[in-house]
Design a binder for this molecule. Structure first.
Ligand code: DC
Length: 209
């Protein structure tokens, strides 16, 4: 079974998706990390980004390993975030990564996090959650994580939000059948408990219970 958790940066997706995966015993898939790996590689490689997306060996587990190198921390650098939002607008990059994501999700139980999981990667996902939060709160959370200035983060976030939402290919938007959950002012435990309860209901009815 697949649980899709989509939404903009800073809505709490990663923390929530990891915690839901742990609560349910499912495997967590961070699709954004794949775009970040392509972005990181493109900052030093002259190869076309679509080629990088096709050929890079990306291993996602506790650590993110790109062609044998641990890039868990490197892919979180601000310049990689900026570049990731650019490469993610390239349809050939998206095609290559979506194919890999769909291959992973074919078997087993997953909590997959991204922007287009419910709309494109796994349109048949058993449960689709679209997490949102007030832009200022999202920027505050990201700034705290990164140790950066909230105003700067807010300005950069607005540019990336606009690019992710306005792109022609798979723009950031909730699937028609997604549950939209605004996490502004909610504690992590409340969000995780809500989603886990919904997931258990869905899993129960899928099993005929
Ligand atoms: O979730 P994140 O910040 O790690 O994502 C990095 C970038 O990749 C961000 O600009 C959005 C993009 N992305 C995407 O377009 N589709 C996904 N499924 C995941 C991320």
């Amino acid at each position: 079974m697949v649980i899709a958790i989509d939404g903009p940066a800073g809505a709490g997706k990663s923390t929530v998706a990891r915690a839901v995966a742990t609560a349910l015993g499912y495997t967590y898939l961070d699709t954004g990390a794949m775009y970040r790996c392509v972005a990181l590689a493109s900052l030093t490689s002259p190869a076309p980004v679509a080629e990088l997306a096709e050929q890079l060996q990306i291993a996602l587990a506790e650590r993110v390993v790109l062609d044998g190198t641990d890039v868990t921390d490197a892919i979180r650098a601000p310049e990689v975030s900026e570049q990731a939002s650019k490469v993610a607008a390239d349809p050939a990059v998206r095609r290559a990564l979506v194919r890999q994501q769909q291959r992973l999700l074919r078997d087993g139980d997953w909590v997959a996090e991204g922007r287009d999981v419910g709309t494109v990667v796994a349109p048949d996902a058993a449960l689709k959650i679209f997490l949102t939060a007030d832009p200022a709160e999202r920027a505050r959370r990201r700034a705290a994580q990164l140790g950066a200035d909230p105003e700067t983060v807010l300005a950069e976030q607005a540019v990336r939000d606009e690019r992710d939402s306005a792109r022609a290919d798979s723009p950031l938007r909730p699937a028609a059948d997604a549950v939209v959950l605004d996490t502004t002012g909610l504690a992590l435990e409340q969000v995780v408990a809500q989603i886990s309860a919904q997931a258990r209901r869905v899993a129960g009815s899928a099993a005929g219970g």
